[in-house]
Write a protein that binds this ligand. Structure first.
Ligand code: PLP
Length: 384
């Protein structure tokens, strides 16, 4: 194994990881190496462990209360992005996807449209369709960036007949790892306002932005006053099992947020809120070590693919820990992840469900040790 050092990605052996009972390590048999779902192969950061241990010692396992999570997010956002989160403009929700559903319910009704930039995180389709809204796609450009013309065309289609419509922005973007620039976000804001489309920004990956890019919080963009954002520490500190997220309203969306039913706030876990607050308040050094490790991994993947799978087109992500691999030149058909799994015993995320533009791609999770990343690419190469 690599020397452990302070890289959170180099702390756990594959034997330890296989003892985990969460989705990443349990979905497939033990001969499959999992580099799929967005869980990270890291131990829990010490400050989070301490906060949870203190709560357990006290039996502090009741219902969530108070602004501690929102205040911690404010401290983090002010320090990292120079952006102030007003705790009174937030509401606690069970997780980011359920928060998105609630925000969409506030501004659209059944049958209304929700615009997404395909290819995009597949639950966007599942949750939106499950709540009887229609998806309208505005595909990303082939450079993986927002295509303003396609977005405007989608806004027009979404608003046909004068119906309300929303735009579910993924920022940073899963699966491409695109970090949207301030200019791109401003342009999107102008279009949304011109066409009367309400914006809901999923910013779950916001703390995971790698050297060379900067996250611009959507609500900090002038003109985004009627928008909502969803944030949590879930991706950056691997807390998906400790449910709690925050919905944040722009100043002109406060009246809408106030209409969110009180019972939504009963869904998150108190231990989740404690963990997320500890991550945001005290987990900065750990996050920086993680970002260094992810930066190394995204470059290592460039080298490994050049050596073993030069047919794959890979644009290293600017943010997130996801690599969106264009495998079309390998001749593996629409769903290369299936071939990698069947023949190489390595599980990437299939593009199925990511929408238009995903065909021939597979998503690889970089949040693992360099050793396991090498092993993953070796298995992929053996499959072709
Ligand atoms: C863009 C995006 N949104 C939401 C989620 C899920 O968040 P939660 O578990 O808080 O619903 C993920 C998980 O990978 C994600 O990548």
């Amino acid at each position: 194994m690599e020397s452990r050092g302070s890289n959170p990605l180099c702390q756990l052996s594959v034997e330890e990881l296989r003892r985990r009972t969460s989705m990443k390590w349990r979905q497939y048999p033990d001969d499959v190496l999992p580099v799929w779902v967005a869980e990270m192969d890291v131990p829990l950061a010490e400050p989070i462990k301490r906060a949870l241990a203190d709560a357990l010692d006290l039996g502090d396992t009741g219902y969530p209360a108070g602004p501690a999570y929102a205040e911690a997010l404010d401290e983090f956002a002010t320090k990292r992005w120079g952006w102030h989160v007003e705790p009174a403009h937030t509401a606690i929700v069970p997780d980011v996807m359920l928060g998105i559903v609630e925000m969409l319910k506030l501004v659209t009704g059944p049958g209304d449209a929700v615009v997404v930039n395909s290819p995009v995180y597949q639950p966007f389709y599942l949750f939106v369709e499950h709540m009887d809204r229609r998806i309208v796609e505005a595909p990303l450009g082939c450079d993986h960036r927002l295509d303003l013309e396609a977005t405007e065309a989608a806004f027009l289609r979404a608003r046909e007949g004068g119906r309300p419509a929303a735009y579910l922005l993924c920022s940073p973007h899963n699966p491409t790892g695109t970090v949207h620039t301030e200019a791109e976000l401003s342009a999107v804001t102008r279009l949304a306002n011109a066409h009367g489309v309400r914006v809901v920004a999923d910013e779950i990956h916001a703390p995971i932005v790698l050297p060379g890019a900067t996250h611009v919080p959507y609500l900090s963009v002038p003109g985004a006053e009627r928008a909502f954002s969803l944030m949590s520490a879930s991706k950056a500190w691997n807390l998906a099992g400790l449910k709690a997220a925050l919905a944040i309203a722009g100043p002109e969306a406060l009246g809408d947020l106030a209409r969110m039913p009180e019972e939504v706030g009963h869904g998150p876990s108190h231990l989740g809120a404690i963990a997320h607050a500890a991550a945001l308040r005290h987990g900065g050094d750990w996050l920086d070590a993680l970002l260094t490790g992810l930066d190394e991994n995204r470059h290592l993947l460039t080298t490994l693919l050049a050596e073993r799978l030069p047919g794959i087109v890979y644009r290293p992500p600017e943010g997130t820990f996801l690599a969106w691999l264009d495998c079309r030149a390998l001749g593996l058909g629409d769903d290369p992840a299936q071939t990698f799994l069947d023949r190489g015993r390595v599980a990437l995320t299939s593009n199925q469900g990511f929408g238009t533009g995903g065909e021939g791609y597979a998503r690889l999770n970089l949040a693992t040790s360099p050793d396991l990343l090498r092993e993953a690419v070796k298995r992929m190469a053996a499959a072709v």
